[in-house]
Design a protein around this ligand. Structure first.
Ligand code: NAD
Ligand code: UDP
Length: 395
């Protein structure tokens, strides 16, 4: 643990108590690890699950009562609660200096198939968190999404328009880009729309009631512990985000499924780089309050097809297995996600604001982040998949 930490302006950082809601998820687990290992801050970790932070709660090799404890045992408390309906939430927010809200339904397969749950989770369930922070004068870091930008202006131009090459038509800027969603029957946009409305509400709480807030817009953060592998540590029929879908296909020696030709473009950032940005926000309130930050890696842009090709190559290297002759297969979005799916065409974050306020830049190349992530996936899941697929079928 670091002793005298100083902020970007040279001031000492006081140890904080942080209420982290959604601490048991992908981003939460990495943020907990970072805060415990590198800072003196204390965590009130709230979630309905804790599998991804078990290693932080129970020191390896010591069951309860064994006497040995981790160096941070007194700095993390897990509270298993559902923020939808638990009166303990306000007390936890009051005990903390800062609340970080990560809780959400945030897998695209849910947006068009469970739009009500998606809207409730991303808007209604976040309302009390905002209210308790505002009423109790507590700072809030709220996780939104790059998806609030929706589609780029450029995608509405004719295919051969030279303006499509002009960054003004596709680079996404916090303080300038519009939010462009599809029609209501394209229920894909239920998530983006709910996130946009909660952003507007938080912004208004800041403007009218003085809430100290920071809004984070993650651009495809990926790495170990993201989502689940269907049939291993999640439902067999579940559809996680693209990293876990493609990992699952690679682990099972199946072709990777390219939705609608895999033409959509994404920029991927390594979770460990992105967590550095969140730590800067936590420890530099004077620079982070009142801001919305894009957090992504504009240098790691690929089409989904290129991502599939690169993951196939990287997986062959880390697993020492030969790739399939036809490593990808095309599927329609209707077949893969069902009615009401739609897609963001391209997501390049403008980095001006986060650079100016926090001096943050992502470091890890796409190849390197895939290599460490797929090494983790192979180590964690290859045996379990082998066992699951070698089981004789019940007669
Ligand atoms: P995740 O699904 O791994 O984590 C979310 C966590 O919130 C889960 O552990 C879940 O159990 C918990 N949760 C959900 N509803 C809850 C409730 N009612 N009460 C208590 N806990 C609840 O997702 P993640 O990738 O870690 O994303 C975290 C946040 O970042 C989300 O708000 C998401 O919208 C946003 N985000 C992430 C990405 C990304 O690239 N990973 C991109 C855009 C936005
Ligand atoms: N996708 C795909 N095959 C899959 C899973 C996802 O082609 O097995 C595509 C999806 O249609 C989208 C992109 O990959 O264009 C990224 O999907 P993800 O679920 O990670 O979330 P998004 O970036 O759309 O929020």
């Amino acid at each position: 643990m670091a002793s005298a930490r100083i902020d970007l302006d040279g001031n000492p950082i006081k140890p904080l108590t942080i209420c982290m809601i959604g601490a048991g998820g992908f981003i939460g687990s990495h943020l907990c690890e970072k805060l415990l290992a590198e800072t003196p801050h204390t965590l009130l970790a709230v979630d309905v699950y804790n599998d991804k932070i078990k290693h932080l709660l129970e020191p390896s090799g010591s069951g309860s009562g064994s006497g040995s404890s981790s160096p941070w045992a007194d700095r993390i408390q897990f509270h298993r609660l559902n923020i939808k309906n638990d009166s303990r939430l306000e007390g936890l927010i009051k005990m903390a200096d800062l609340t970080v809200n990560l809780a959400a339904i945030c897998t695209p397969a849910d947006y068009n198939t469970r739009p009500l749950d998606t809207i409730y989770s991303n808007f209604i369930d976040a309302l009390p968190v905002v209210k308790y922070c505002s009423e109790n004068g507590k700072r809030l870091i709220h996780f939104s999404t790059c998806e609030v930008y929706g589609k780029t202006i450029g995608c509405f131009l004719p295919k051969d328009s030279p303006l499509r090459q002009d960054p003004d038509y596709f680079v996404l800027k916090e303080d300038a880009s519009p939010c462009i969603f599809g029609p209501i029957e394209k229920q894909r946009w239920s998530y983006a729309c709910a996130k946009q409305l909660i952003e507007r509400l938080i912004y208004a709480e800041g403007a009218e009631n003085g809430l100290e807030f920071t809004i984070v817009r993650p651009f495809n953060w990926i790495g170990p512990r993201m989502d689940f592998i269907p049939g291993i540590d999640g439902p067999s029929e579940g559809v996680p985000r693209v990293l876990a879908c493609f990992s699952n296909n690679l682990l099972r020696h199946e072709p990777l499924k390219l939705v609608d030709g895999g033409e959509s473009q994404r920029t991927f950032v390594y979770i460990k780089d992105a967590i550095e940005a969140v730590l800067l926000m936590i420890e530099n309130p004077a620079r982070a309050n009142g801001h919305i930050f894009n957090v992504g890696n504009p240098n790691n842009e690929v089409t989904v097809r290129q991502l599939a090709e690169m993951m196939t190559q990287v997986y062959a290297k880390v697993s020492e297995e030969t790739p399939l002759d036809s490593p990808t297969i095309d599927v329609s979005s209707k077949e893969f996600y069902g009615e009401g799916y739609d897609d963001s065409d391209k997501r390049i974050p403008d980095m001006t604001i986060i650079n100016k306020q926090l001096g943050w830049n992502p470091k890890t190349s796409l190849w390197d982040l895939l290599e460490s992530t797929l090494t983790y996936q192979h180590r964690t899941y290859a045996e379990a998949i082998k066992k699951a697929t070698s089981k004789p079928l019940a007669s």
